[in-house]
Write a protein that binds this ligand. Structure first.
Ligand code: FES
Length: 111
């Protein structure tokens, strides 16, 4: 199976994150890739509170401070690295990690 390209590093420059909707055997799988410090991580774009996408605006996943991932629906704040909800209605629950692989400037879905 060939790895699917998600985005390039520079796609993360404007907002720190990039939303991608994958097709997995005909099913829609929304994911996002984010840059936090030197780390690049992936998550499924589904909030553990109500299983809604986190963002209202395209590629907008961080709170105003740029410190936490933010769910625009009911205000949950997530640690960007662990995906754990630190504040909000799903405190203690976590985003679902989405495995990625990085080669040079290109970020792939892994495997
Ligand atoms: S759906 Fe994310 S906080 Fe409610």
């Amino acid at each position: 199976m060939t790895s699917q390209v998600l985005c390039r590093r520079e796609d993360l420059d404007a907002t720190g994150a990039k939303e991608i909707v994958l097709d997995r055997d005909g099913a829609r799988l929304p994911v996002f890739v984010l840059k936090f410090g030197e780390r690049i991580l992936g998550y499924v774009n589904s909030c553990p509170h109500a299983r809604l996408p986190l963002n209202f605006k395209e590629d907008s996943f961080f709170d105003v401070s740029g410190t936490y991932l933010f769910c625009a629906n009911h205000g949950a704040h997530f640690d960007a690295v662990s995906g754990r909800c630190m504040r909000g209605p799903c405190k203690g629950q976590s985003l679902t990690p989405f495995p990625i692989r990085i080669e040079g400037d290109v970020i792939f879905a892994a495997p």
